[in-house]
Design a protein around this ligand. Sequence first.
Ligand code: PMP
Length: 397
Amino acid sequence: MFSQLQTVATDPILGLMAEYKADPNPNKVDLGVGVYKDEQGHTAVLKCVKEAEALRLKQEDSKTYIGMAGDLSFNAHIEKLAFGPAHQVLLANRVTTAHTPGGTGALRVAAEFIKRANPNATIWVTTPTWANHISLFQAAGLKVKEYAYYDYDSKGLQTEQMFADLNTIPAGDVVLVHACCHNPSGMDLNFEQWQRFTAIAKERGFTPLVDMAYQGFGSGLDEDAAGLRYLADNVPELLLCSSCSKNFGLYRERIGAVSIVAEDSKVAEIARVNLLSVVRSIYSMPPAHGAIIVSHILDSQELTALWHQELAEMRNRINDYRQLIIDKLAAEGVSQDFSFITRQHGMFSFLGINKAQIDRLKAEFSIYMVGSSRVSIAGLNHSNIDYFAKSVATVLK
Ligand code: PMP
């Protein structure tokens, strides 16, 4: 039976990672993978996480299952983090949350949940979007369509085309919107655009799915959730998929959450049992470790303060390097306008250079980025930024 299988293409980023690993050049630079790195090029465990892990080791007295919804204390924390502690959807018991294996697990559970609610739903994603959005929704059996989003020419949003596309989407369909730090472009909706998005969602009656994989990486924890909070204030229902991979640096622990906001508490209760039955049929119950770490951090004022500080360090380092890229390229005599880099947020930016230039950067300078010219800014540090700027300036000449 297995010999009938055809081979499948792997995600190009995995191939790029393998090439980077095998490259003997001591000056090589990895700008591919979306993982935060510090000035030493290391993805360290956050101090607040280390402390919470020590606490867990001391306090945990059982390894019994934690239930389909996962860790209830984590779920309550993550709802408050996303919506703000006194949001009307929380006060009215309109939200139900399950913790999931990563943000990816949250998206897959959301997809199965959508299919139960409307088997004919199409999910609309931004052009472009995180490549795995498309494959995971299709794998769950949902139809996927795209709406205009990023404008490669102006290096901003295709604002009017985006709203025109959204204005064609019917009730019963789902529209995925990135809460902040859009992957791959770094270009986010501003508040006025969130207001327009919300007005259209309300008028057309489609259901928004907010993917929040980078809360705190853009402008701050509350700032990055402002669009979501406004949307939740104004539409009857939405789905939220959150991830603690980036903001808590818990990548490999696989911790995220799916939250359903329903029109009232009665519908939320029906949503809850459906959500749990979806979970039961996929992986039964989530792993506990990541959720308990996050709970311990958010239970403690001290650990929360430490987390805020460490998150701000990561955010500020990325934002400092956004400005540094512009300054260093200008110092190398590049006349092309790269000012758009500081208008983008989060882990990524599209440099906007062409395929031949990207290939040359890899072949001649061992600088690795994905084919769209998306760069993971945190791959830059004091020891490679000058080399990076010089190399980019050379291929732009
Ligand atoms: N959504 C987006 C937009 C992402 O970029 C990512 C991670 N790359 C995820 C979801 C999933 O994150 P996780 O690693 O928690 O599964």
